[in-house]
Design a protein around this ligand. Structure first.
Ligand SMILES: [Zn+2]
Length: 224
């Protein structure tokens, strides 16, 4: 399960890994927390107009990566808070989809870090542990038939503390193509520049490894 603050963050953070997993037959579900309606400097486009465009972009990227399902939570962009309601939304999805691995933004990146990213990471971590795990956390979810679920591990993208480098040498091209689906976000960057920048970053992330290109994460084992 990939929990992304905005449409496009998951492609920057984890699309190469997602493409590798789906290629191996792993089911991947995306949870998109906000509608991304503040994500433009184009003042000819209203937030109301931007929302469906960004959803379409996200769906196109997910399709290209072989993602099985995309769940949109439709929170307003820049509108996330660490609330019991948001946490419960994520717990509910964890109990429905029962992911082995949950991937999201690192909440502990320092200083200039989008508030939605920080909050998505924190709330998702809390939802995994302990709220999705514990029987008495949500008696009403139990009554709905949503039993506790233990997630095996979590991967946090955009981390300052990389301890896991995921080989995306064979899926880099699909990461790039998925990223290009987000035209409102990367459409203004010359295509060659985007590829060069991305390749450079992924190559640097793979330094010291036996493969050429990597996405970097902080990996935490929750249950073995
Ligand atoms: Zn974002």
């Amino acid at each position: 399960m990939i929990v992304t603050p905005h449409p496009d963050d998951a492609e920057f953070g984890a699309a190469g890994t997602v493409a590798r997993w789906t290629g191996e037959g792993v089911d991947v579900v995306y949870v998109v927390c906000t509608n991304g309606d503040k994500g433009t400097s184009n003042t000819n486009l209203t937030p109301e107009e931007l929302t469906p465009i960004r959803e379409e972009e996200q769906l196109a990227a997910a399709k290209l990566l072989g993602v099985k399902e995309v769940v949109f939570l439709h929170h307003p962009d820049q509108g996330l808070d660490d609330t019991p309601e948001f946490r419960k939304e994520i717990v509910r999805l964890i109990r429905i989809y029962k992911p082995e691995t949950v991937v999201t933004a690192d909440p502990y990146r320092r200083y200039v870090w989008h508030r939605d990213h920080r909050i998505t990471g924190q709330v998702t971590l809390d939802a995994v542990f302990p709220y999705a795990r514990d029987h008495y956390s949500y008696p009403d979810l139990i009554q709905e038939g949503l039993e506790p679920h233990k997630v095996r591990d979590m991967l946090f993208w955009a981390t300052e503390d990389v301890n896991y480098r995921s080989d995306i040498t064979k899926t880099f091209d699909r990461k790039l193509a998925a990223l290009r689906c987000h035209k409102t976000q990367v459409g203004q960057i010359p295509p060659g520049d985007l590829e060069e920048r991305l390749r450079g970053r992924c190559r640097m992330m793979a330094e010291g490894e036996e493969f050429e290109l990597a996405e970097g994460f902080h990996r935490v084992e929750i249950w073995q």
